[in-house]
Write a protein that binds this ligand. Structure first.
Ligand code: ADP
Ligand code: MG
Ligand code: ZN
Length: 483
């Protein structure tokens, strides 16, 4: 009798990420780029697609695109050429989208992921290309019909196409968070999945482990959160495995994820490039991208998170873990660095930002941009811990007060709340004497060799001082008195 061994399948995943560029005006006309304005108020003949209107390229959109390309270690093309991608959709009145077909602005890049392979090398996901295109408008479906808002039409987008290098839903999640983290340092986009300024499609296929070739994929659209993306890929992989095991073939298809059911379902079979009848836009002659311009953009590039984390380790002696955590967002990193610089207490600043500050922000669902205690205030507080004015516990109470706006000056809050640590040895000795007299049994136990009694006595002294005695001094003085 033979037992059928089930094939071990491996997922293959590649992500296409659309990022809205936050230029002031649209990509091909002067209309403002703005979220939440009255419907169709931000339009003109160009972005309405009226006959005869002539588009003109927004230089800043191209510059932002170059910035993204450089951040992703891409080659930058020597010219920008735009193509028409033809398809019909109610929110695309021109009947085509202006995009880049065979000559993307950026190509052959890579993104290093914070994942290690078995040999201890970081995982790399290739960036096949990143090209500029215009966004479409929005269809708003109502009970009575569908309305079209063209405010978004013509907003510059960069589409970042990742290589088919990801091998699990978790890897896809890490790729997207790492990509977002890198882009957040560039200041070119809000990167809000909620507002649609960061959108992701996931291409998913499976293949028997060990097989070189890729098999047919499906493309999951409309993934509007990181968690949904991971769920959708997970579901799609399991569904494809089931199909194959049941003897069906996978059809190349576009599928939608339904967050309510956690399932994906086919929407249509996928178009091929040929269906779009791409051709160069006759209204937009190619733009030359001089190497001087690229060099200029490169020289003005902000420090990226990986480099910043390395610097934090070098410059402030932080553990790798701290450095990586603090560079999750540029605002968090800047906040830490200002507090560390002003206080001269880098490790303490790191502990407080990752601990007390982050905990409070998380529980209030606030972003670091809205932190109520600014970096100079945090630095002032850290200095008072370092110089022994307040204990760590008292400092948390000061933080509470600052956070709630009960005061803004650290020293004033310490005074008002009577949180100053007692470091006067005379005063501490007096308390120790009282505690020793009142706890003669503990003293005797300690002298009989019971070390634990020492901690109990320290506890009593701290309690008697209402937590204000300097713990180190209490330790030293008590030990001296006990002989
Ligand atoms: P298209 O232009 O039709 O969307 P591309 O070849 O440009 O197709 O690939 C788009 C995305 O699909 C890329 O992110 C790529 O990594 C991914 N991809 C390509 N082939 C596969 C496959 N067999 N399985 C999973 N993902 C794939
Ligand atoms: Mg695609
Ligand atoms: Zn316009």
């Amino acid at each position: 009798m033979t037992t059928a061994t089930k094939t071990d399948f491996e997922p293959v995943i590649g992500l296409e990420v659309h990022v809205q560029l936050k230029t002031r005006s649209k990509m091909l006309c002067g209309c403002a780029v703005q979220f939440g304005s009255p419907a169709n108020s931000l339009t003109c003949p160009v972005c309405l697609g009226l006959p005869g209107a002539l588009p003109m390229v927004n230089r800043l959109a191209v510059e932002y695109g170059i910035r993204v390309g450089l951040a992703l270690n891409c080659q930058i093309a020597h010219r920008v050429k735009f193509d028409r991608k033809n398809y019909f959709y109610p929110d695309l009145p021109k009947g085509y989208q202006i995009s880049q077909y065979d000559e993307p602005l950026c190509f052959d890049g890579e993104l290093q992921l914070p994942l290690m392979d078995q040999a201890g090398n970081p995982k790399i996901c290739r960036i096949t290309r990143a090209h500029l295109e215009e966004d479409a408008g929005k269809s708003i479906h109502m009970e009575t019909g569908t309305l079209v808002d063209l405010n978004r039409a013509g907003t510059p987008l960069i589409e970042i196409v990742g290589g088919p290098d990801l091998r699990s839903p978790e890897e896809a999640y890490v790729y997207l968070t790492t990509l977002k983290r890198n882009l957040s340092y560039l200041g070119v986009s809000d990167l809000s999945m909620e507002k649609g300024s960061l959108r992701c499609d996931a291409n998913v296929s499976i293949r028997p482990r060990g097989q070189e070739n890729f098999d047919v994929r499906s493309e999951i659209k409309n993934l509007n959160s990181f968690r949904f993306m991971q769920q959708a890929i997970d579901y799609e992989v399991r569904w494809q495995i089931e199909q194959i095991e049941d003897g069906h073939a996978i059809q190349q298809a576009t599928v939608l994820f339904d967050p309510d059911t956690g399932e994906t379902r086919a929407m249509r079979t996928k178009e091929d490039a040929a269906d779009y009848r791409y051709f160069p836009d006759p209204d937009l002659p190619p733009l030359v991208i001089s190497r001087d311009w690229v060099a200029e953009v490169e020289a003005a590039m902000p420090e990226l998170p990986r480099a910043m984390a390395d610097r934090f380790v070098q410059q402030y002696g932080l553990p790798e873990y701290d450095a990586t955590t603090l560079t999750q967002s540029p605002a968090m990193a800047a906040y830490f660095e200002a507090a560390a610089r002003d206080s001269g207490q880098a490790k303490m600043a790191s502990n407080w930002v990752m601990g007390e500050v982050s905990r409070r922000l998380n529980s209030e669902e606030r972003d670091i941009a809205e932190v109520p205690v600014d970096a100079p205030q945090l630095a002032a507080l850290l200095k008072r811990i370092a110089d022994g004015t307040v204990s760590n516990n008292a400092a948390k109470q000061v933080m509470d007060a600052l956070w709630k706006g009960e005061g803004s000056d650290v020293d004033a809050v310490i005074d008002a709340k009577g949180l100053k640590q007692v470091s006067d040895s005379g005063a501490i000795e007096k308390i120790i004497d009282e505690v020793m007299a009142a706890n003669a049994d503990m003293v005797a136990q300690f002298r009989a060799g019971k070390d634990k009694a020492f901690n109990a006595l320290v506890g009593q002294v701290m309690k008697a001082s209402k937590g204000k005695a300097n713990p180190q001094q209490v330790n030293d003085l008590l030990r001296a008195k006990l002989g």
